[in-house]
Design a protein around this ligand. Structure first.
Ligand code: DNO
Length: 349
């Protein structure tokens, strides 16, 4: 197991020097955030990022993410051309010796929350989602105000995208994912890059859009679309755990035994309703994710890939990028590292 930490590049208010001081963390999860979606990532730019991280005494272990262009998810006529460009980026990532690429196939919206600073009884602030609050969001004003989501679309663009997706149901989205993977997976495999699809967060439809990567059956289907060791998953406990129907330890065991978990996001959440939850600190006792059993399942199936603490709360008066402050994620990393060492009886890299 390799303990990693997400870093948003030079724009991140958290420095690599600080990350290096977190016990157990040796790997960095990052991306080239300034490259327009769809463009090929030049090899030199990836090398530059790698160099900057290496100078700080860390290693670029995972790329999260190369975003998939909406035209690919929509299956538009230029989807194949854009997919070939995506594959070229994968090739370049492989040439740099980075072996894991986390991506998602969520239409329009990546991870979504309705409250970025919900107060917990201990005074910390956390991210929360509630279907009723989502229903109040008026997309006719664009997505600028939408909590938790990185790419802002203006009102016209959102309207156009929502209209285009009104003709794409779940089965059509599966078809478009199949077409994408059929072209990209062979190149990933020959480039030494493991693709790790991130589950949809939350794992249900929002704003009437299809969302398909939600449970065991869906993950089974993804990995069977193209049978290859390069076609795997990111096991995200917080995303999958938002649905009470997902038995996380059993799922970790199932996909771990297939050697198809290429990356793990560890986050704990507390469910408060069917489509209503908030994030809590990482240890098992605070939420619905039995972190110990998830890690035990990973250890028992021989997982030796990268893990990162996912979102943290804002504690100790820290301010910054919601979910991505330093303190609570650092506590999460130390907790996960200790849990792993205790369960496996081994000291990890
Ligand atoms: C949220 C992240 C996601 C993830 C993408 C992967 O904090 O886990 O935004 O990076 O879904 O493509």
């Amino acid at each position: 197991m390799r303990m990693t930490f997400r870093w948003f590049g030079k724009e991140d208010s958290i420095s690599l020097e600080h990350i290096r001081q977190i016990p157990g963390v040796t790997g960095i999860v990052s991306a080239l955030h300034d490259i327009p979606v769809g463009d090929v990532w030049p090899r030199e730019r990836i090398e530059q990022l790698q160099y900057e991280i290496a100078v700080a005494g860390l290693a670029l272990t995972v790329i999260e993410s190369v975003p998939v262009h909406e035209d690919i998810k929509l299956g538009r006529p230029n989807a194949d051309r854009l997919t070939d460009q995506y594959a070229e980026t994968v090739r370049n990532i492989g040439k740099c010796g980075v072996h894991v690429l986390c991506y998602n196939f969520m239409p329009v919206f990546d991870w979504t929350r309705t409250d970025l600073a919900m107060r917990l009884p201990d005074g910390s602030a956390t991210l929360a989602y509630d279907d009723r609050a989502l229903a109040q969001i008026d997309l006719s004003r664009g997505t600028g105000q939408l909590p938790g989501w990185a790419t802002a679309y203006g009102p016209d663009e959102v309207a156009r995208l929502l209209d285009a997706y009104s003709r794409v149901d779940e089965e059509q989205l599966w078809e478009n994912l199949t077409r994408f993977l059929e072209r990209v997976v062979p190149i990933a495999e020959s480039s030494g890059v493991k693709l790790a699809i991130h589950p949809d967060d939350p794992p249900w439809s929002i704003f009437g859009l299809p969302r398909i990567i939600t449970n065991t059956a869906a993950l089974d289907r993804v990995v069977s679309l193209v049978d290859s060791p390069a076609n795997g998953i990111t096991f995200c406990t917080g995303s999958l755990g938002a649905s009470a129907d997902n038995p996380l330890p059993a799922m970790a065991r199932r996909f771990g035994a297939m050697n198809l978990i290429h990356f793990v996001h560890c986050r704990n959440i507390q469910r408060t309703g069917e489509h209503d939850f908030h994030e809590v600190s990482h240890p098992s006792q605070y939420g619905d994710v039995d972190m110990r059993e998830v890690l035990r399942a990973l250890i028992e199936t021989g997982f030796d890939g990268p893990i990162r603490p996912d979102h943290g709360r804002m504690i100790w008066d820290e301010t910054g990028r919601p979910g991505y402050g330093l303190h609570d994620r650092a506590l999460g990393a130390a907790y996960l590292y200790g849990l792993w060492e205790g369960l496996s009886g081994r000291v990890s890299s």
